[in-house]
Design a protein around this ligand. Structure first.
Ligand SMILES: [Zn+2]
Length: 154
């Protein structure tokens, strides 16, 4: 199954939250969101949101209480697995001053999924949805001589 349905990037006008003045000053802010590592019941091992829009961080991190500016948060929950075990599914939302490309975001999501899986006693599900193949990569992204350029070894 391709990773495309699980990774998305969108350009969100700042207009939505702060009005026309901010649009003139800030233009558009990019938000990239993705999920990887399918678990039981539609859950994913990792959900990652990277955004240039602090309003997205504030909205997605609404349970965090802070007096300082909020630049990110993480939360996790236990998901029961069909084999009787469990996994801790992690969600990370963070601000960035420069949005990553789709390819860079997908690589981050992929490696974060492996990191979260490696810290738990479960079978790593991070290649289940895409076989370890980057959906954001194009032939032009890599040198023509590269071997299996769009796939992760692990
Ligand atoms: Zn991998």
């Amino acid at each position: 199954m391709p990773i495309a349905p699980f990774v998305s990037g969108m350009r969100m006008p700042v207009l939505m939250a702060v009005g026309l003045v901010a649009v003139g000053l800030s233009g558009c802010a990019t938000t990239r969101e993705g999920r990887l590592g399918a678990l039981a019941g539609g859950a994913n091992l990792v959900t990652l949101t990277v955004t240039e829009n602090l309003d997205v961080v504030r909205r997605e991190c609404n349970s965090a209480i802070t007096l300082a500016p909020l630049y990110g948060c993480q939360r996790s929950r236990v998901v029961s697995l069909p084999d009787g075990g469990s996994a801790r599914a992690v969600t990370i939302v963070r601000y960035t001053d420069a949005a990553p490309s789709s390819l860079a975001f997908e690589i981050d999501l992929h490696e974060l999924c492996h990191a979260v899986a490696a810290l738990q006693p479960l079978r790593d599900p991070c290649h289940d949805q895409n076989g370890g193949v980057l959906s954001s990569a194009t032939p032009a992204t890599f040198a023509p001589a590269a071997l299996a350029p769009a796939a992760f070894a692990r």
